[in-house]
Design a protein around this ligand. Structure first.
Ligand SMILES: Nc1ncnc2c1ncn2[C@@H]1O[C@H](COP(=O)(O)OP(=O)(O)OP(=O)(O)O)[C@@H](O)[C@H]1O
Length: 252
């Protein structure tokens, strides 16, 4: 559905240039789940913003269903690390924000949000403000806002990094159930090897800046029942760790 052909990205601020991504070639297939991992500052967020149409490549092209991506696409939703909730709006209003921006009529908004709130177990706190929520609840509101848009593709930038280990694992499980149930294509940026292995059918490993794709590792057992406690989960984590720790010689 989405393909990157020789995509490079350089940020220019006055006389300063930062070469963030170099010669990215990548295909995102419909219905698949991807995790992106790599050293800090290697361009993971930049890659996600390119996918979201929020940045344009300096070189190369990004095609969505064969057509050049030239801005945000309606079928995409993006979840950011800091939840992106407006503190002066309630849970309900925050979740409805994307729909309001798309001018969806109020009656339809109610019909769309009700099952989403149920699925995310948020019905008890719809009138609360973000300051009255736990980190896990805030992240579920951010997820509700994204799911309300009924996205074909869900882009997530380290969505769970601020959470404690147990809440994080529970939300990983919830996200996985939801994206499988709704057949959503998903790209997750993470620093966590375990998270990448738990949520990524394909794990994209980036080099240090300028980020390029070192390798894409298939993770065929991902999504299977009890995967987190499966030997294959631990073996895949070890494989990804050694790839991340190996010196990067692939450009010499
Ligand atoms: N607007 C910008 N102007 C200039 N440089 C930028 C800009 N945004 C990001 N960069 C730089 O581009 C590089 C890639 O940044 P990016 O945020 O994509 O990396 P990342 O892998 O997501 O980082 P982290 O793992 O620390 O979250 C970094 O060196 C960063 O400082």
């Amino acid at each position: 559905m989405l393909s990157f052909n020789h995509v490079s990205l350089t940020y220019t601020n006055g006389k300063t240039e930062v070469h963030a991504l170099d010669d990215i070639n990548l295909k995102i297939e419909k219905g698949k789940r991807y995790a992106v991992i790599g050293p800090s500052g290697c361009g993971k967020t930049s890659l996600l913003f390119l996918m979201a149409g929020l940045l344009s490549p300096t070189e190369g092209e990004i095609l969505l269903y064969g057509k050049q991506l030239d801005g945000p696409y309606r079928g995409m939703a993006l979840i950011l690390q800091e939840y992106g909730l407006l503190p002066w709006k309630t849970v309900w209003e925050n979740a409805a924000l994307g729909l309001a921006l798309r001018k969806v009529p109020q009656t339809e908004v109610n019909c769309i949000l009700e099952p989403v709130f149920k699925e995310l177990d948020l019905t008890e706190c719809l009138n609360r403000y973000p300051s009255q929520l736990s980190g896990g609840q805030k992240q579920r509101v951010a997820l509700a806002r994204a799911l309300a848009l009924q996205p074909e593709i869900l882009l997530m930038d380290e969505p769970l990094s601020a959470l404690d280990a147990l809440t994080r694992e529970n939300l990983q499980k919830l996200i996985l159930e939801i994206i499988i149930k709704h057949k959503i294509t998903c790209v997750l940026v993470t620093h966590s090897i375990e998270e990448a292995v738990f949520l990524g059918q394909e794990i994209i490993i980036l080099s240090a800046r300028p980020g390029h794709i070192r390798t894409v590792v298939s993770n065929p057992a991902q999504g299977s029942e009890g995967f987190r406690h499966d030997l294959r989960f631990h073996e895949k984590c070890t494989e990804i760790r050694s790839l991340l720790e190996a010196p990067c010689n692939d450009r010499q």
